[in-house]
Design a protein around this ligand. Structure first.
Ligand code: HEM
Length: 417
């Protein structure tokens, strides 16, 4: 009977899967990256927020002063202008409405849009901070973050571009691409059924983007809890944030190639729900035989609804990635996973907080960076004012270059210690 139910649920799950061709190949000999112009590691973390959930053994983050009031928020770096709510209220009042409409229209065309917009923001923030460095295109002399294999399956840059284009008509030169990424991700979460997230704005766009930094700073899917803690701590986030933000996997999909470590020919299938694990393995293997890198919902319950189904999947032994599965297996994280599986509101409240913290990672504010006109291209900068700026970046459309069609392969920068 249990097997029949499991198979029935599997069929539902498999219906949620789609197929995709392609494989991932390394392009550069990526070593340890410094990320070039800006220091990536040892950033001061965002202000720890009170947890509604019982937070087991929080990882130590630097001692920071509490938020001065509910109106202002980080970047938690002394002497820098803060992000704040209502930043564009007078300079670009149509900003929220434009984002809302563009995200809704992108979702109407593709229900997987929210997952991709959320992942865009995460991949931007964890690599050189929330500065839209992920959006910059490669040039012949520099391979940018978006062309690192870790970002090959990140998508929906077009939605950000569409928002930016409309904003440049409504209020030219005002809204940063970094803020658009945050606003679009927050809007995507809400339109997928998740919490409303008020986000503070005032981020500015970075001047650099280096592919190797995407290797160094993004967490790997084979990590155990200790590895996840270390990776998140590098950007000032704690163990609670690891669990809460992993809840972003309540929407979206993973390619079988990204969780191939789950199918070892010599080790038993690691899924606690063994029938589910076997079905996933067969599904992926079938795709492999015809050269397809199939996709699987990260939340075995629903693919496009932002809810607490991901945590229920973990409790039921159906976590797809190793980094998901370990959250219920490890005693440090199990209690919080269980809480979120039983209490969606607790997850939503915590997600708002952790999302806002993520959105404050290493932001540029005040006069730092710039406001780009097109998100994929850096605007010309005055090198006398920015003597350390990297000159390998495109400052006009005709300088950008898609690696496969570049006259010579772009160089990997930022690999020197
Ligand atoms: C905890 C460490 C994390 C690891 C190891 C991880 C890893 C991954 C992997 C391997 C995929 C599948 C990519 C593919 O096959 O194309 C994925 C997808 C995704 N991740 Fe994460 N991730 C983590 C944290 C996060 C965070 C913090 C967020 C956002 C809050 C997030 C949001 C997403 C979303 C929404 C997708 C689905 C994307 C889509 O459907 O296109 N992830 N992640």
């Amino acid at each position: 009977m249990k097997t029949a139910v499991t198979i029935g649920l599997m069929i539902c799950g498999l219906l949620a899967m789609t197929m995709l061709e392609g494989s991932v190949a390394e392009q550069c000999p990526f070593g340890h990256a410094t990320g070039g112009g800006r220091k990536l590691q040892q950033v001061q973390g965002p202000t720890p927020a009170p947890m509604t959930a019982p937070a087991p053994a929080l990882v130590q983050t630097p001692a920071l002063s509490p938020l001065p009031n509910s109106h202002l928020t980080g970047p938690d770096v002394q002497g820098k202008p803060p992000l704040y709510f209502g930043f564009y209220d007078t300079t670009c009042p149509s900003f929220p409405a434009i984002v809302k409409r563009q995200v809704a229209s992108a979702i109407a065309a593709d229900s997987l849009t929210p997952a991709q917009l959320l992942r865009l923001f995460f991949h931007d923030c964890f690599v050189m901070g929330c500065d839209a460095s992920l959006l910059l295109k490669s040039t012949v002399s520099n391979l940018a973050e978006q062309d690192h294999p870790n970002n090959f399956t990140v998508g929906k840059y077009s939605v950000i571009d569409a928002i930016k284009a409309e904003l440049e008509t409504a209020c030219p030169g005002v809204v940063s691409c970094a803020d658009i990424l945050g606003a679009a991700a927050a809007e995507a979460v809400e339109q997928a059924g998740g919490p409303h997230i008020d986000l503070a704005y005032g981020r500015r766009d970075g001047l650099d983007s280096f592919a190797p930094a995407a290797k160094t700073n993004l967490p790997g899917s084979t990590l155990q809890v200790e590895g996840l803690i270390e990776n998140f701590a590098n950007v000032g986030l704690n163990l609670t944030d690891v669990i809460v933000l992993s809840g972003g996997h309540t929407i979206g999909q993973a390619r079988c190639s990204t969780f191939a470590d789950r199918f070892s020919p010599t080790a038993p299938n690691p899924f606690p729900d063994t029938a589910f694990g076997s079905a996933v393995e067969s599904y992926c293997a079938e795709g492999n035989t015809v050269g397809l890198d199939r996709r699987m919902s990260l939340d075995a319950n629903t693919t496009t609804a932002f809810d607490n189904g991901y945590f229920q999947s973990l409790v039921n032994g159906r976590g797809i990635l190793t980094s998901d599965d370990v959250l219920f297996k490890d005693p440090q994280t199990k209690a919080t996973v269980t809480l979120f599986a039983n209490d969606q509101k607790a997850f939503f409240d915590a997600f708002q907080e952790s999302f806002r913290k993520m959105g404050r990672i290493n932001v540029l504010t005040g006069t730092e960076g710039q406001i780009r006109t097109q998100c994929s291209i850096r605007r010309p900068i005055d090198l006398t004012l920015n003597p350390n700026a990297n000159t390998d970046f495109a400052q006009s459309q005709d300088q950008v270059c898609v690696p496969a069609s570049c006259p010579t392969p772009p160089t990997c920068k930022g690999t020197q210690q």
